[in-house]
Design a protein around this ligand. Sequence first.
Ligand code: AMP
Length: 192
Amino acid sequence: MFNLILFGPPGSGKGTQSQKLIDKYGLKHLSTGDLLRSEIANQTPLGLEAKNFMDKGQLVPDEVVIGMISSALDNNPDARGFLFDGFPRTEAQAEALDKLLKLKKTGIHLFLGLEVSEEELVRRLLERGKTSGRSDDRDENVIRSRIVEYHNKTSPVADYYARFDKVRNVKGEGSIDEIFEAVSAEVDSKLK
Ligand code: AMP
């Protein structure tokens, strides 16, 4: 099994690079943002609860996303590996993920961070907001709140994995293909 965390602030290109990674390496894509948006679209109680946080650019409570990831792992027993996109976003989520993977006798093999400047993030998210249908991409205040949440709660997750020497960082600016080449090189080096 090969389990990868694709990490980075909102707008750093995690979704775009994830699509290319799952095609190339046959991993199961687990994006908590996508899972939450599907809960909202289906108007489930979980979706309705999550929407209140997402609309403000705040993180959804840990137990909600951990529960979703736990079910997704159980529902994909034959996966060759998982690509975690947008998860874990807090240290508590990282600890919970470690426990869940340990129960399945596996773990995280690579934690790959995408580095993008803050102004570029805001620019990309506002641009995406014109077509994504995501209300959290249309309002600059919500975008800035998401970036603040990232700095306060999510960036410490990189320190958590650095303790286990699993962290690699790649410049997330340039063309999609250039970034994918750098990302793939890091994956290949861990697969060897
Ligand atoms: P994303 O699609 O990854 O940008 O996520 C959109 C929104 O969903 C975030 O701003 C959060 O409100 C929520 N969200 C997604 N993943 C998580 C997570 N792992 N923990 C908490 N909230 C999350």
